[in-house]
Design a protein around this ligand. Structure first.
Ligand code: SF4
Length: 249
């Protein structure tokens, strides 16, 4: 059956600072370079559409319709230091739109606790947080923090996968999905398909849904490196047919 979920993008701020090996060829920097942005990508700026979740159409209905999944902060990190002044207002909008499901990824899960709204409790039902890890060291640093935090919907984002990673110690019933992606861009580092399959097995062993989200630009499979154009990276990953469940049902 076709997926009837509505998806929306909300990008309250733009720009980010690099903090770990996965950031080396960050797509935000690449896109800014491609479109000739005059601002430095490391400068975090508030976007004109900051208040999008509360914006109305002429007929007074919300621009983002009820029940949408809202991909949040995709040209920055929701927890980036440069957005500390604006985050409380962003949380207020998230709280106001309980009819939406907000989904953000972060490489700064160690900043979450100090940046939660005062009424967070054991988490807002309408927020999914993805903890991003790219190698074993980042998995072993970030995931224990992530697992301790009160969050209603947790997913692990392995992106860009840079090496073989053993997630077993961090997989538990709170994790709703593990999604793996290779790296995009001309300088992309290789994604070894065996690393992907290995994480898939770890997920199966721990009964956690697994998704191969995208191949990246260079996929090593059966001893050969395949160069995959950006526009086919998601479809090729899906074609591999190794997902154990689609994203949130
Ligand atoms: S945290 Fe994400 S958005 Fe920020 S520099 Fe790293 S890869 Fe880019």
């Amino acid at each position: 059956m076709a997926d009837k979920t509505n998806y929306a993008n909300w990008n309250p701020w733009h720009g980010c600072t690099k903090i770990s090996p996965g950031c080396k060829y960050c797509y935000v920097y690449r896109q800014d370079e491609m479109y000739g942005s005059e601002k430095s990508s490391s400068e975090v700026t508030k976007n004109a559409d900051f208040s999008l979740p509360l914006k109305l159409k002429r007929d007074k209905s919300y621009k983002i319709p009820s029940n949408s999944v809202v991909f949040t902060c995709f040209t920055s990190d929701f927890l980036v230091e440069g957005a500390d002044l604006w985050r409380a207002e962003a949380w207020d909008m998230i709280k106001c739109r309980r009819d939406l499901m907000f989904f953000f990824f972060t490489k700064r899960v160690d900043r979450l606790e100090q940046n939660l709204p005062s009424d967070w409790g054991d988490g807002y039902e309408n927020v999914i947080i993805g903890c991003t890890v790219e190698n074993q060291a980042m998995a072993d640093y970030r995931l224990p923090i992530f697992n301790r935090l009160p969050i209603k919907h947790k997913v692990i984002i392995v992106a860009p996968i840079l090496e073989s990673i053993d997630l077993s110690a961090h997989l538990n019933s709170q994790i709703e999905e593990v999604a793996v992606s290779g790296e995009s861009g001309v300088d992309a580092r290789i994604c070894d398909y065996n690393w992907v399959l290995d994480i898939r097995n770890q997920c199966i062993n721990n009964k956690i849904p697994f998704r191969f989200h995208q191949t990246g630009a260079k996929l090593l499979k059966d001893g050969k490196v395949y160069r995959i154009l950006r526009k086919f990276q998601i479809s090729q990953a899906t074609k591999a047919g190794i997902n154990t469940i689609s994203i949130r049902q």
